[in-house]
Design a binder for this molecule. Structure first.
Ligand SMILES: NC(=O)c1ccc[n+]([C@@H]2O[C@H](COP(=O)([O-])OP(=O)(O)OC[C@H]3O[C@@H](n4cnc5c(N)ncnc54)[C@H](OP(=O)(O)O)[C@@H]3O)[C@@H](O)[C@H]2O)c1
Length: 289
């Protein structure tokens, strides 16, 4: 297959390039190559004529999205629309990467592909709009992830949660992390493998959840990072209300996939994924546990 990856230098994009590139012809499109918010810029997809277009581009600084709704909707929602419609014109499948933030977090058990989204912040609303726009191309996959960590680090956010925790610990900074917000961490290497399977097996079009198995609070995630790395920082739990974040966040946005189980696709647990990531980044040795 010929596959175009938009946002090819991002966390997920980097792993998609590697994972898909092993067996397919992959065209990586950086932000310099394509601006998803600009329809004319997206026409570049037509010159490549891919079978599949994977759109990982996003404006995902959740708090900033509250202050910049126009940019948020231009990149996330209209960007998804531009990509999905141009993909449709060239008979390509559109893959849109979405988020657990399309849910309101009140379910108190993991959200499946069958749950009805009800986002509580501008970022989540723009991503849900993007999901709807993506459906305008009948050949579509909407792949939701959460709390992403990958070797490349998020370009807009300067790393990822794991790297931030390790850096603070090494600098002997006191660390506070919320213990009343739960999510399903997602290792981009595993998410890329899921997307590869979905595409190769030509699974039915629609929504798929591709987070790692299980869930934890952000505090528990931090604890596990330090357990694996052997770092012993001054780590303390705090409550969400102690933060001064602009955007409201879902309290419990864990994801679970009914569909991947149904189609025999296995995803590692978040702890296994974290361990693998720490090895990949050279933070721990291969045989450590
Ligand atoms: N990060 C998370 O915790 C998280 C959680 C759930 C879902 N997601 C979703 O997962 C996807 C991938 O996330 P990620 O962490 O891999 O993101 P990332 O590392 O920030 O990568 C995004 C890539 O898209 C490019 N890009 C940004 N704006 C663009 C635009 N307007 N036009 C074209 N390219 C653009 C970026 O290039 P530049 O850096 O050069 O601008 C970057 O290469 C996103 O759709 C995000 O909404 C992320």
């Amino acid at each position: 297959m010929k596959i175009a990856v938009i946002g090819s230098t991002g966390q997920l994009g980097t792993d998609l390039m590697k994972t898909l590139g092993a067996t397919h012809e992959v065209i990586g499109l950086t932000h310099d190559d394509i601006e998803v918010a600009d329809y004319d810029s997206c026409l570049t997809l037509k010159t490549h004529k891919p079978d599949i277009v994977i759109n990982t581009a996003a404006f995902h600084k959740t708090d900033l999205c509250e202050e910049e709704p126009l940019k948020t909707f231009s990149v996330n929602a209209l960007g998804a629309r531009n990509v999905a419609l141009i993909a449709k014109e060239i008979d390509a499948t559109a893959v849109f990467i979405s988020t657990d933030y399309v849910f309101d977090g009140t379910k108190n058990e993991p959200y499946t592909e069958e749950d009805v989204p009800a986002p509580v912040n501008t970022y989540g609303i723009s991503k849900l709009a993007a999901e709807h726009f993506t459906r305008q191309n009948p050949k579509h996959y909407i792949v939701r992830m959460a709390s992403v960590f990958g070797k490349a680090g998020a370009s807009g956010k300067g790393g990822n949660f794991v790297e931030t925790m390790i850096k603070k610990a090494k600098n002997s900074e006191p660390i506070t992390v919320v213990d009343d917000m739960w999510m399903s961490p997602t290792y981009t290497k595993d998410a890329a493998a899921v997307i590869k399977e979905i595409a190769e097996q030509q699974l039915p079009y629609g929504v798929y959840h591709a987070a790692n198995k299980g869930y934890c609070s952000w505090y528990q995630f931090a604890e596990q990072i330090f357990r694996f790395t052997g770092l012993t920082p001054d780590l303390k739990p705090i409550k969400t209300e102690q933060l001064t974040a602009k955007a409201k966040r879902p309290r419990f946005s864990a994801l679970k996939s009914i569909k991947l189980t149904k189609y025999g696709i296995e995803v590692p647990t978040w702890k296994e994924a974290l361990h693998e990531y720490l090895i990949e980044k050279g933070h721990i040795l291969k045989d450590s546990s």
